[in-house]
Design a binder for this molecule. Structure first.
Ligand SMILES: Cc1cc2nc3c(=O)[nH]c(=O)nc-3n(C[C@H](O)[C@H](O)[C@H](O)COP(=O)(O)OP(=O)(O)OC[C@H]3O[C@@H](n4cnc5c(N)ncnc54)[C@H](O)[C@@H]3O)c2cc1C
Length: 481
C-alpha cells in the first residue's frame, strides 16, 4: 500500500513537507455517510494512518455533521442548535477536514475540484485534489418543482439554518400580527402552509404548531385559534414510513389540533404571497415550507460516474459505483439495490437508517479492498419508523409494533438519543430535555442574530435599523417585507 512520494497537489493549509505518499482516500460530504465512513475508516486503518501509508481527506461545506431527525425539535426550541450538530474536527481527529464544496469529479483522472472560502477570497478559482479512493456522499437537496413563486417565497427544511430561521420567522410573524392594525396582514402573518406529508414536513409542522400555540399565551391579543396551519399533501396519505394505519392516526391527531390537512391536493402557486392550491382554495400567507421530497445532490451531474434516471449514482450491493474501480457511494446520493426486497429493481430508500448502516459496510469494504480481502454485500431490512407530532405526541411503527401518543413520542426520544452520535451530544441533549421538563419553554425569536451589523449600521447612519424590513435574501428564506 505504500507509494512513492508523488507530485500530487496539496491539501489546503498543509506544508509541502507534510505531503503524504500513501493511499489518499477522498470523502466528499460530511453528513451521515461521510462522517460515519471516515470514522470507521480511521479506526480500521489506524496503523496505516499512523505510519503515513494512508490519509483520509474529508471535503464538506460545514465543519459539522447535522443530525437531521433533530431539526424539528431544534425549530421548536427543545434542543439548542449547537447540540443538533457533531463537530467533525473533533470526531474525525485522524482525518484532514477541508471546509469546501466539491464542484466536479473526473474519476478517470482520479481528480476532484472544489472551492473553499479561501479560494473565493484569493480569487484563484476552484482547487484540485487527486485521490486513490473516492467516497462520494453529498446526500440530497430539496426536490422542487417549477411552481410560480416557490423559489422566491418558500423555504426548505433540510438544514440547521432553515430550521432555526423558520423558528425565528414563525415567532416574528406572531410579533407582526400582534402589532399590526391591518387585518389582512395579520391574517397572512398567522397562516402557515407546509407542503409535503413525509416525516420532515409533518414533524416540522407538528413541532412548530406546538411551539407557536404555547408561545401565543404570552401575547395579549393572540389566541391559538387565530393561527392557521395547513398541510398540503399530493397523495392520499401522510407519513408513509409508519404505515397506513398510523398515517391515518397522525391525520386525526393533527386535525384534532385544528390543523387543516389537505390530501390529494397540490400547491399550484405561491406568487404574490398567496398560496393557491389545486382544490381551488387560496391563502394569503408569508410562510410556505416546502418538504415535498428530495433529489440527489446536483454535484453528481458534474462527475463522470454513472447515474440512474433519478440522478442517483448507480451502485452495487457492495457499495462500489457500478462499472468503476476505486469509487464508493452510499446514502441519499446512491442507488443501492435493496437485497432484502426480493426484486432486483427495488432500491434502498433515502433515509438515515440505511445511510448509517451503509457507511459501516462501505468502510469495511474499502478497508478490505486495500488489504486484498473479499467484499461483503449490504443488506438491511427496513425496521420501520418513529415520528414526533409535537411535545408528548407521536406515532411509531417499528419491528411490527404500532404505538401512538405519549408512548410513541417517548420511543422517538429514546431511539434518537441512542442514535445521535457521540456521548457528548447524548448527554447535552438529555440535559436539555430534562431542563425543559422543569422550566418553561423559550419563546423568543433571535432572528436579529442573522443581521448582526444592523444595529451598528443604524448607529453609524448608514443602515436601516433592526426593525426596518430587510432586503430579500439571495437564498430561499422567507422574506420579511
Ligand atoms: C428534517 C429531516 C428529518 C429526518 N428524519 C429522519 C428520520 O427520522 N429517520 C430517518 O431514517 N431519516 C430521516 N431523515 C433523512 C436522513 O437525514 C437522510 O436520509 C440522511 O441524512 C442521508 O445521509 P447522507 O449522508 O446521504 O446525506 P446528508 O446527511 O445530507 O449529508 C450530505 C453531506 O454532504 C455535504 N455536501 C453536499 N454537497 C456537497 C459538495 N458539493 N461537496 C462536498 N460536500 C457536499 C452536505 O453539506 C452534507 O454534509 C430526515 C431528514 C430531514 C431533512
Amino acid at each position: 500500500m505504500v507509494k512513492e512520494a508523488d507530485s500530487r497537489d496539496q491539501i489546503p493549509g498543509t506544508p509541502p513537507s507534510a505531503r503524504p505518499s500513501g493511499t489518499r482516500i477522498l470523502v466528499l460530504g460530511g453528513g451521515y455517510v461521510g462522517m460515519y465512513t471516515a470514522l470507521h475508516l480511521q479506526r480500521r486503518l489506524r496503523g496505516e494512518l499512523a505510519r503515513g501509508e494512508a490519509e483520509i481527506v474529508v471535503i464538506t461545506p460545514d465543519p459539522y455533521m447535522t443530525y437531521q431527525p433533530f431539526l424539528p425539535e431544534a425549530a421548536a426550541g427543545s434542543i439548542s442548535p449547537a447540540h443538533v450538530v457533531v463537530p467533525l474536527r473533533r470526531v474525525l481527529s485522524k482525518c484532514r477536514i477541508v471546509i469546501g464544496e466539491a464542484t466536479a469529479v473526473d474519476h478517470a483522472k482520479r481528480t476532484a475540484t472544489f472551492t473553499t472560502l479561501a479560494t473565493e477570497e484569493e480569487g484563484t478559482g476552484a482547487a484540485e485534489i487527486t485521490y486513490d479512493e473516492l467516497v462520494i456522499a453529498p446526500g440530497s437537496v430539496s426536490r422542487t418543482l417549477p411552481i410560480p413563486g416557490l423559489a422566491e417565497y418558500a423555504i426548505g427544511f433540510k438544514t440547521l439554518e432553515e430550521a432555526i430561521g423558520l423558528r425565528n420567522h414563525v415567532i416574528e410573524q406572531m410579533d407582526i400580527a400582534s402589532a399590526t392594525r391591518d387585518p389582512a396582514l395579520r391574517d397572512a402573518a398567522l397562516t402557515f402552509v407546509f407542503v409535503g406529508g413525509g416525516y420532515a414536513g409533518v414533524e416540522a409542522l407538528g413541532e412548530l404548531e406546538d411551539m407557536a400555540r404555547y408561545t401565543s399565551r404570552y401575547y395579549h391579543n393572540l389566541k391559538p385559534t387565530d393561527l392557521k396551519w395547513i398541510l398540503v399533501e399530493a397523495s392520499d396519505r401522510i407519513l408513509p414510513e409508519v404505515g397506513a394505519e398510523m398515517g391515518r392516526y397522525a391525520i386525526r391527531e393533527l386535525r384534532s389540533r385544528n390543523i387543516d390537512v389537505r390530501l390529494e391536493t397540490r400547491l399550484d402557486s405561491c406568487e404574490d404571497r398567496i398560496a393557491r392550491l389545486s382544490d381551488g382554495s387560496r391563502f394569503p400567507t408569508r410562510t410556505v415550507v416546502w418538504t415535498a421530497g428530495v433529489k440527489p445532490s446536483p454535484v453528481l451531474a458534474a462527475t463522470d460516474l454513472p447515474r440512474n434516471e433519478h440522478g442517483r449514482l448507480r451502485c452495487t450491493s457492495r457499495l462500489t459505483v457500478e462499472g468503476t474501480g476505486h469509487a464508493w457511494a452510499a446514502g441519499d446520493a446512491a442507488a443501492v439495490p435493496d437485497l432484502t426486497a426480493g426484486s432486483a429493481d427495488v432500491l434502498c430508500a433515502p433515509n438515515a437508517q440505511h445511510a448509517v448502516r451503509q457507511a459501516k459496510v462501505l468502510a469495511a469494504n474499502l478497508a478490505a479492498s486495500l488489504h486484498g480481502r473479499p467484499l461483503k454485500d449490504y443488506a438491511h431490512r427496513y425496521v420501520g419508523s418513529v415520528a414526533s407530532l409535537g411535545l408528548h405526541r407521536g406515532v411509531a411503527h417499528v419491528y411490527g409494533r404500532k404505538l401512538k401518543g405519549y408512548p410513541a413520542w417517548l420511543m422517538h426520544r429514546v431511539y434518537h438519543l441512542s442514535r445521535v452520535p457521540t456521548l457528548n451530544r447524548k448527554a447535552r441533549v438529555l440535559a436539555e430535555w430534562t431542563l425543559a421538563g422543569l422550566f418553561k419553554r423559550e419563546i423568543v425569536s433571535l432572528g436579529s442574530l442573522e443581521h448582526p451589523r444592523a444595529e451598528f449600521e443604524s448607529a453609524a447612519g448608514g443602515g436601516t435599523g433592526r426593525n426596518t424590513p430587510k432586503p430579500p435574501r439571495g437564498d430561499s428564506a422567507p422574506r420579511d417585507t
